[in-house]
Design a binder for this molecule. Structure first.
Ligand code: NAP
Length: 237
């Protein structure tokens, strides 16, 4: 076993589902002490017990809770923030509050985590954006904007927080997550097949693909300020 995270403290905000869960599982397999955090106490308890991790309920949109969470955690090696919620809709019909909710959760949530985390100088922060920043579909103005904002924040904080390294993963469509679970399974699989047929790699991603890329960003001490596309070539087509 490659144990490059032995004795390292890893916090995965959003670690109870999808990519965050895969990242937490992989970090534990590489020797890390992992804390998973998300809003639902039930999910936190279940995942912590399944993985042998510490689990703490946390809503990143609540600044006081974020401050208390990181004060209790103390100094840490790696912070990964996959956790966010978004609201979608059309420019003409969606209320402004929906867009503000999305920015509050997907931009200011990670921003507050970076603000209050007590990072060791050798550590890293990994944010999550998404392919829509550069390849928006229809009605994606807010999602395109929030993803681009997260990527820009990653570059800015790579300078402000140096020598702590700060990077952003930009996933393409990824299965094994909570996204698209509201769709009927047949429709969801049809969508995956359709997207896959247009991708250079011929398949959509998995949460494990994303976890492997995130582990690389956490452990490669010469990478900071990048947005890493993990999208099967999706930005190219
Ligand atoms: N899946 C895709 O195809 C895809 C594509 C492009 C980009 N992305 C991005 O990649 C990241 C991870 O996506 P995913 O699909 O793995 O997500 P997911 O399966 O939906 O999991 C999201 C996690 O975040 C937690 N969470 C949500 N809001 C939170 C908040 N305010 N505070 C703390 N935790 C919160 C959720 O748990 P609770 O409900 O318990 O809070 C859950 O554990 C997200 O930023 C997403 O936008 C995903």
């Amino acid at each position: 076993m490659n144990a490059e995270l032995t004795n390292q403290t890893v916090i995965v905000v959003g670690g109870t589902s999808g990519m965050g869960l895969a990242i937490a599982r992989l970090a534990i397999s590489r020797g890390a002490s992992v804390t998973v955090a998300s809003r639902s106490p039930d999910k936190v308890v279940a995942v912590a017990s399944e993985l042998g991790a510490v689990g703490v309920p946390l809503d990143t949109t609540d600044e006081a809770s974020v401050r208390e969470f990181f004060a209790a955690v103390g100094p840490l090696d790696h912070l990964v923030v996959t956790g966010s919620s978004v609201r979608t809709g059309t420019l003409k019909d969606a209320p402004l509050e929906d867009g503000e909710f999305t920015f509050r959760s997907k931009f200011f949530g990670p921003y507050l985590c970076a603000k209050y985390a007590q990072m060791k100088p050798t550590g890293s922060i990994t944010f999550f954006s998404g392919i829509l920043s550069r390849r928006p579909g229809h009605n994606d103005a807010v999602l395109a904007g929030v993803n681009a904002a997260v990527e820009a924040m990653g570059r800015a904080l790579a300078r402000d927080l140096a020598p702590v390294r700060v990077n952003t993963v930009s996933p393409g469509m990824t299965r094994g997550t909570s996204a698209y679970l509201s769709m009927p399974e047949a429709a969801r699989e049809g969508m995956y097949t359709s997207i896959a047929s247009n991708l250079p790699v011929g398949r959509v991603g998995t949460a494990d693909d994303i976890a492997a890329a995130t582990l690389m960003l956490m452990t490669n001490g010469f990478i900071t300020g990048v947005t890493l596309d993990v999208d099967g070539g999706g930005v190219l087509v």
